[in-house]
Design a protein around this ligand. Structure first.
Ligand code: TYD
Length: 132
């Protein structure tokens, strides 16, 4: 499956900790966009789509959440629960983020500018497109 976990180097000293995200070192693509998800409500799932062109790195910079990843053949679940663990997702992966903890903040780096046309938001359409 086209995903991987990335261990971000933590620069720590007596003042606290710092993580740097940089294209070409711990982020495998040129970052064109970032967004973050916060104030999530109990029991909800976000994402629930696939992207034809975008790659992403997801980091739970506060709290935790789970990510279900589905490439049309296999389904795997990853827990993001620390601010120095990144989840890289390749193109055409169906993803669902859920089980957000109280005060969770999920930071997402993206390889593209936002374009609604590259989203597949219906699961059956995703399977059709993967299998054609
Ligand atoms: P949505 O795709 O539903 O978010 P999620 O992946 O968390 O389920 O996006 C929510 C709204 O935000 C929707 O109106 C589109 C808008 N949006 C942007 O304008 N730019 C972006 O980069 C993203 C990710 C979403």
């Amino acid at each position: 499956m086209n995903y991987k976990l990335i261990d971000m180097k933590v620069f720590g000293d007596e003042r606290g900790k710092l993580v740097s995200l940089e294209s070409g070192s711990n982020c495998p693509f040129e970052v064109k966009r970032c967004f973050y998800i916060f104030d999530t409500k109990d029991g909800i799932a976000r994402g629930c789509h696939a992207n034809r062109n975008s790659e992403f790195v997801l980091i739970a910079i506060n709290g935790s959440c789970k990510v279900k990843i589905d490439d049309g053949k296999n389904v795997e679940t990853v827990t993001l629960n620390n601010p120095h663990k990144g989840l890289y997702l390749g193109k055409m992966m169906w993803k669902e983020m859920y089980d957000f903890s109280y005060n969770a903040i999920l930071l997402v780096l993206a390889s593209t500018h936002y374009d609604e046309k590259e989203y597949i938001r219906n699961y059956d359409d995703f399977l059709k497109e993967i299998n054609k």
